[in-house]
Design a protein around this ligand. Sequence first.
Ligand code: ADP
Length: 775
Amino acid sequence: MNKPISTTVPAPVRILIVDDHPNTATTMARAMTQLGPGIEILTAESGEQALELTSDKTVDLLITDMVMPGINGLELIEKMQAHPGGRPAYTALVTAFDVPGLKESARRLKVNEVLNKPIRPERMSQIIGKAIADLGRSPAPLAVQARTQLKILVADDRSDNITLLSRYLENEGYICLTADDGEQALARARAEMPDLILLDVNMPVKDGFEALQEIRSDPAIAHIPVIILTAARLEPMDMQYALNIGADDYVTKPFDRRELLARIRTRLRVKETEDIIRLRNKELNLLPELGRELSARLDIDELTDLVLRRTVETLGALLGYFILLTPQGPSSKIYRFSTNTSPAIPSDLPPLADLLAQANETHQGILIGDAHKDSRWPVSSDDPAHAVVIIPMFGRLGLLGLLVLAHEQKGYFRLEHKLLLQAIAGQAAIAVENAQLYSGIAQEQQRMLAVLQNAADAILMFDSNGCLNLLNPAGEKLFSAGQARLGEPLGRTLGYDPFVELLEAALASGKAQTGEITWPDRRVFAAVLTPIEAGGCVAILNDVSRFKMLEQVKNEFITTATHGLKNTLTKIALMSQLVPKLGPLNEKQAEYLGNISHAAANMDKLVQNMLELARIDAGGLEFKRASVNVNQLASGIAEEFQVQAKAAELSLQFEPAEGDPEIQADQFQLQQALRNLVSNAIKFTPKKGSILLSVQACQDGVSIIVKDNGCGIPQNDLPFIFERFYRSYNDQNKDIEGDGLGLAIVKSIVEHHAGKVFVESEYGKGSCFKVILPA
Ligand code: ADP
């Protein structure tokens, strides 16, 4: 135990372990710490990272996985063999697959060992231990920990015995605690945690045996070795009893000083070893225990508190910090935990920028033996912390933060602590990321809920079977009590059938459905039903009853007003025809009269269009469906406009569809729509231009296309040209008259046939209007 310790410290044996599976390299590294602290272990998760880590200094031993993304094991060995700092003296290649030609390549590169996965960490540790010995290097012996004075509790009711024993023990350098009876002995043991107890048997209040039984049944002090002090007259049976109930040894009075001290030393030595094992066990258990506890938590504050508290307590640290970087910025949230509440412990953190940069670069933890002599973790001179270990926490997207522990004792943290903390940080990072993700989702959910709760529109969600999953307060108001139950489909014959049909269509087709639905209470809703990718459908119902009513009022007004106008216009037209019959007109009179007639004709057209639209809107225009031959219908229109086209010096061609398609439609209304399109094409195409009216059978039915090479429509106007009264004003058409209702009528007629109308146009080059009608 008291071997002389060499004062010249040999350079550590540098070992690099590379495996793309993040835990494998660290597990191997942890196992290798058994080889002693005279080794320095680097771990990397890829060949590229390994090369980066060793860019300024080579390694003595290289253990690498073969199959990794990027640089593979053999390539890495080859690159390391060319390292300017010298090739590794020993290389091992670990492989899980029988890669063809691997053995041959390994031999060529003089790889010392090709190992097959899975390989136990202990076995790896043995192989590396042997390799180090073969190299003629030996890891430095375990550093002797700075010895603290050991405490021994002497419990005896005889003060002369206590005085004598105290003297022996203090002379040996032990701290001596005393107790006069069994009860007191227990109290002091619990309060001061001695390293050993010398326990007299015969004592007042509580005798030695009783006290021993209590010590062994109290987990906090059960591990303390107890040597029974016995009188020579004690029966051997009593001694057996004492050993049976947990005494570690016994000494008979009067004592032989040397024998007593030798027995104490033996017990303390055993305890020291047991303590180390207990501590290691505690440390080893920390990882799986924390893993279990972390996986059950989703609150970031709770998680960080748990990681900090458990690591600080288990590693016996003075204090710890959990520094969590905020995802979108340089600021960070700092959690702190200390076992010592003394105000002497400063709570400010030194600047972290350099450490964060180093962690980002190396991905490795940093061990600082004495922060008072190391600028990386500057502390004030009265700071009790000396040893510091700084562990980066990496998530999937980068550095999440740092875990930092500090201890009063210089050099307290060793490589194995660093590796254990790195593994813990790995788990903590996963837990923190999950928690961040969860809180993000929870926030999102809250926002969605707020939107749902406060939306004026009714929002209903249905599953793929059409059962109601969710409805917002506006949705609840749509139904009478008990009519819409969560988990059940909406009932038929309650007055919602049009809505149920739309829902069934959306679920069956997987396509969004829209429609206007009249509710049993006469309200009108514009409904949009959108299927959800994950299954089911969301329905939004917007109450448009007010607009419907306004529209009705507007239609009635327009109808009344336009009827009045129409009568007046008829009169004006009639009068303008009669005036020339009253006598000859001079030139000016004839011109003015011509203007009046023209204006009246324009006005009449406008009034007719307005009446037509009002009638369509009010549903007063009856659509008489019959079989219509589209080729015949379109060619008739082309024929009808030939004269007008010729007068405008335009060519108007017709191209029929193959197979004479027929559709169910109102022939008169369709003709009206086509007339509007063709007359527009004639109006907006300058002389010498050409117009093509064609019919084509298409997937959805029949399309009728009116294409011209006229003035075209500017891009900005395109979205609005089907709106009522919208006219595009530009240089090319500024002199062309119109009321902006023609296309609105086309759209209304086409939509009444469940069809669609589109336009493609380039300003200055021409336009193409396409009407698609279902077969
Ligand atoms: P109007 O033709 O009476 O102005 P429309 O509703 O028929 O009203 O058309 C709206 C606008 O769309 C027109 O003012 C015109 O600017 C544009 N437009 C329609 N058809 C064409 C076309 N074939 N070529 C160029 N512009 C057109």
